[in-house]
Design a protein around this ligand. Sequence first.
Ligand code: ADP
Ligand code: NI
Length: 204
Amino acid sequence: MLKQKIKELFANDCSGHDYWHSIRVLNIAEKISKTEKCNNYIVMIAALLHDTDDIKIFETKDYKNARCIMSECHLTEDTIENVIEIIKEISFKGTETTSPKSVEGKIVQDADRLDAMGAIGIARAFAYGGSHNRAIHIPDCQPNINKDETEYRNNEGTTINHFYEKLLLIKDMMNTGCAKVIANRRDGYMREFLKEFYDEWNEQ
Ligand code: ADP
Ligand code: NI
C-alpha cells in the first residue's frame, strides 16, 4: 500500500527521482540495516518516503505528502514523527553535510547517497542534467565545489562538473561500514567512466 502510493506520487518524474529511486533506496537501506543495530521498520518507511516532499519536485509545506501517506496507511503518531525527523535530516544541501542523529537516519542517508553513485548514479546525473537543460560537458567550464544551497540548486554548470561538485565527494561521507564498502566500488566505477569519457573526448 505504501509502495503503491509512492508509485502514484512519482508517476511523472523524469529527473532521476522516479518511483524506482525510492525502491532502490529501500532495498539498499534494508541491506545496510542488516549490518547495524536499528529499527528496521522505521528504516524501511523512511527510505520509501525520503523524497516525497523534495523541494525540487514538490511544493509541499511541512512534509505534507509524507504525513498524508503515513496517516492513510494508519501509522502511529510516533512512527510518523520519527520518520519525518529522518526525512528532514537527510537532504543533501550543497557541499555542506550533516549526519542524522539516529542510526536509522544514517542508514537512509547512506542508501540515498549510494543511489547517486556508480552506473545508476551516472545515469541519474545525465537524466537530471537533461531535464534541467544542462550541457553534458563544456571543456572550459570549471566546477564550483564550494556552493551554498541556492548556488547548488540554481547551478548552470554541466553534468560532468556535477561529478566534481558532488558525486566524487560522496564516498567519504558514508556513515556505516557496509555503505563505505559499496561506495568505494561505485566511486571506482565513476572514476573509470570519467577517464574513458575524457579519452574519447580527446581521441583523434
Ligand atoms: P537526492 O537524491 O538526495 O535528492 P539530489 O536532489 O541532489 O539528491 O540529486 C538527485 C539526483 O540528481 C542525483 O542522482 C544527483 O546526482 C542528480 N543531480 C542533482 N543535481 C545535479 C546537477 N546539477 N547535475 C546533474 N545531476 C544532478
Ligand atoms: Ni533520494
